[in-house]
Design a protein around this ligand. Structure first.
Ligand code: FES
Ligand code: FE2
Length: 377
């Protein structure tokens, strides 16, 4: 975030601390629990917000060099994300045009060409069909017509987005949040750790658990709660996306320092909510991406957790520093938030009430649920 914006945000947070306030929505909001259980709603979500919108996949160095690739399941769309020989990031459906085999699994680097494991059809990294063993048996196939199906991929601000259908302008999608994104230098960040978490809750419950600070002192009272102000956040929306500034208690010490030295990080955690499914957290030393996907049913989610560091972690000392922070951050969510969210889902599955209620002090939740409702309408 630009320094002038940081100073403004520090002032805003201090005002909240002094006045005992937080960012407020104009009124409370009731969200029907069918949002989390209805199969028809679930189908619509997958077919809209994960199809016609650029979904954040990771940072540029996920595929740092030509020939580096990762695979991803984008809410039912098997995808390959690869850096081609010219250095351009591309995304393809991960299906061979012969009989549909998956071309690659997992991730890898230094690939010269895709070679299908089934009958060895080959494709260039920019998706052209190159070789067919026993080509005369396929003499009616026009190679130019049978390249890989390409999806819209964008690399900007050191971030990679993939849109399975259509091609939206990324700055339009970011809705103003790019002002922050361009200031961090994500081009240089390095992937440090990745894990997959499968849970019995609707995919929206992962982003939602990061969207308010009301629960910090209660649910996280024994872990991270005491470090932060509870029920105190600065919230801003950027089109379909949003940002929450979550202040650590020690932010008030900045009062004794000149404004030129004010920095939001490490005095706060900054949570960026990338529509529709990514919680992107700027922590003191690292960035966490919690990318939540539907996992085949309204009450199942797969969360891909990716941690990035500002530079390569090379020494044991640096590794110990990052591991300590990252372990605590992940354990807090995995052992406190996610079990709680599974309990919420179980209650919703049993139709224990018609709706849940978001208070005025939970503006990010209200923004998120009304945004998704509008997007799938
Ligand atoms: S399915 Fe790929 S070569 Fe046959
Ligand atoms: Fe939490």
């Amino acid at each position: 975030m630009r320094h002038e914006d940081q100073v403004q945000m520090v002032r805003r947070v201090m005002r909240h601390v002094e006045e005992g306030t937080t960012s407020y929505a104009p009124k409370i909001h009731r969200n029907p629990i069918s949002t989390y259980t209805d199969p028809e709603r679930f189908r619509r979500e997958q077919e809209t917000v994960f199809r016609n919108w650029p979904v954040l996949i990771g940072m540029s160095n996920l595929v740092a060099e030509p020939g580096d690739y990762v695979t991803e399941d984008i809410a039912g769309i098997p995808a390959i994300i690869v850096r081609d020989r010219e250095g351009k990031v591309r995304a393809f459906r991960n299906v061979c045009r012969h009989r549909g085999a998956r071309l690659v699994e997992g991730e890898g680097c230094g690939l010269k060409m895709f070679s299908c494991p089934y009958h060895a059809w080959t494709y260039t990294l920019d998706g052209r069909l190159k070789g067919i063993p026993d080509a005369k048996s396929f003499d009616e196939v026009d190679k130019a017509e049978q390249g890989l199906f390409e999806m819209h991929a964008v690399e900007k601000y050191g971030l990679i987005f993939v849109q399975p259908e259509g091609a939206m302008d990324i700055d339009e999608a970011l809705g103003g949040m790019q002002r922050d994104m361009e200031s961090y230098g994500f081009e240089n960040f390095q992937p440090y750790r990745h894990l997959t978490i499968r849970r019995k809750f609707n995919w929206k419950l992962s982003p939602e658990t990061f969207m308010e600070g009301y629960h910090l002192q209660y649910l996280h009272g024994q872990t991270v709660g005491p470090i932060f102000f509870s029920n105190l956040m600065a919230f801003d929306e950027f089109g379909r996306n949003s940002r929450l500034i979550v202040p650590r208690r020690r932010i008030m010490e900045l009062k004794d320092k000149p404004e030129d030295d004010w920095k939001l990080i490490p005095e706060t955690a900054i949570v960026y909510n990338f529509f529709p499914n990514v919680t992107f957290i700027m922590q003191a030393g690292h960035v966490e991406m919690w990318r939540s996907y539907p996992d085949g049913a309204p009450d199942r989610a797969r969360v891909e957790v990716s941690v990035y560091t500002p530079q390569k972690v090379e020494t044991e000392k640096a590794k110990a520093f990052y591991d300590k922070n990252i372990d605590l951050a992940i354990a807090t969510v995995d052992e406190e938030d996610y079990p709680l969210s599974e309990g919420i889902q179980a209650g919703h599955n049993a139709a224990m009430q018609d709706h849940v209620t978001y208070g005025k002090n939970e503006p990010a939740l209200i923004h998120y649920c009304t945004t998704i409702d509008a997007a799938i309408a």
